[in-house]
Ligand binder design. Sequence first.
Ligand SMILES: [Zn+2]
Length: 73
Amino acid sequence: MAVPKKKTSPSRQGMRSSSKHVHVDNMTLCRNCDDFRRTHHMCLHCGHYDGRHVITTKSQKRAQRALDGTENT
Ligand SMILES: [Zn+2]
């Protein structure tokens, strides 16, 4: 098993994890709903990507069920 030669200092851990956050520059507006979405990712709010509807989100399913009147609560 490969073993690290030195202990990773808290400073090093911080420097590594600083690049893992989603930065504002990586966000853009959805063309369908004008909500923020990550670039090259589908919109989590409306499920659109590149002008196409690719996935039905939970909130959309819930709204559709409420319209159908088949809500089981
Ligand atoms: Zn959207």
